[in-house]
Design a protein around this ligand. Structure first.
Ligand code: DAH
Length: 332
């Protein structure tokens, strides 16, 4: 019988040494020294031991019990020291579900790409506030007091500050004025940003959208420079086969003025798309910012960024751009 106890002890010791986690230690504890463990079974066998051997067997049994309990405590302290406190175990070596990768919004990417192209043509970035005053949104841009573009129904007026009416800008042309007020001539800038108009939302209208504005003022700038710039942009951005068409038009801040169409590839087919307006900066605008129109001339253009992105990527509803539905956004 004591021989059985010896082999039980060595078996228990080997199993304990192999238990390297708190869970394994728990399992060992209930298998060996727990309420219905092996030790209990062996103890229950005491009654079958011949009477004369009982004292020796009982003594050996008590030693075994004490040895296993001490070994357990020591081993537990060891494992706790290396495994740390119990908690959810995350196996960082195990590959899990792949994380959904974020990406930049299709409009942000379009804006960056456009800025990049104009950057290569020597335009630097300018910016202006989205909450503007009437001077920058209208007056300095040669839009007179009585002009219907100033109607309350066509603008988000924000109340007055210091006697000055404020509104959300309706066009990035405001930045032309800000640039000429603050920068030395010559000026060659582009500005991108949000503009706001109280339009009813539908597939092609939204009360907020983005424009890119360009302004080049120098001695001897001509309409030919304007067209060359737009053509260079179209070819760099849409491909070598892209074309630009300018149709006579009217804007208060340019004279002459034109609508800008660009021929771009839409699902394999080259199509004309109306993108915005352009022209030679009106002398009244130059005078408003104390630039002498006899010495300086300039061109300006303003293009709709949603139009560019929507036609380029075949997006048929502008509202999708602002709903932030990941199922839509992750396609681009
Ligand atoms: N600001 C005009 C608009 O929002 C677009 C535009 C037309 C900008 C002609 C220009 C320009 O700079 O020269 O409709």
């Amino acid at each position: 019988m004591p021989a059985d106890l010896d082999s039980a002890q060595s078996e228990a010791s080997a199993a304990l040494a192999a238990a390297g986690t708190l869970d394994a230690l728990d399992a060992w504890k209930s298998a060996w020294i727990g309420g219905s463990g092996r030790l209990k079974t062996i103890m229950a066998g005491l009654k079958d031991v011949p009477k004369d051997q009982k004292p020796a067997f009982g003594k050996r049994l008590n030693e075994l019990k004490a040895a296993l309990e001490a070994a357990y405590d020591a081993r537990r302290a060891e494992v706790e020291a290396t495994a740390g406190p119990r908690g959810p175990v995350i196996d960082v070596t195990e590959p899990g579900a792949p994380l959904a990768e974020g990406r930049r919004h299709v409009l942000s990417r379009t804006i960056d790409e456009i800025i990049d192209v104009f950057g290569r043509m020597g335009f630097t970035l300018a910016e202006g506030p989205e909450v503007e005053d009437e001077w920058h949104n209208f007056t300095a841009l040669n839009i007179p007091e009585s002009h219907p573009a100033r109607d309350a129904t066509d603008n988000f007026y924000m109340g007055e500050q210091g006697g000055v009416k404020r509104l959300l800008r309706t066009q990035t042309s405001t930045v032309q004025i800000r640039a000429m007020e603050t920068r030395p001539l010559p000026i060659k800038v582009v500005a991108t940003g949000r503009v706001y108009r109280p339009d009813t939302h539908d597939a092609t209208h939204y009360s907020m959208f983005h424009q890119i504005e360009g302004l080049y003022v120098d001695r001897g700038v001509t309409m030919a420079d304007l067209k060359t710039t737009l053509v260079q942009f179209a070819k760099a951005y849409f491909g070598a086969e892209a074309e630009v068409r300018m149709r006579p038009s009217f804007f208060p801040f340019t004279e002459p003025s034109a609508e800008v169409d660009m021929k771009m590839r839409i699902r394999g087919e080259w199509k004309w798309v109306e993108l915005g307006g352009c022209g030679m900066v009106d002398p009244n605008v130059l005078r408003a910012v104390n630039v002498d129109p006899e010495e300086w001339t300039g061109f300006a253009f303003g293009l709709g960024i949603e139009r560019i992105a929507m036609r380029r990527y075949g997006i048929s509803d502008i509202r999708w751009l602002f709903e932030n539905d990941a199922r839509f956004l992750r396609q681009f």
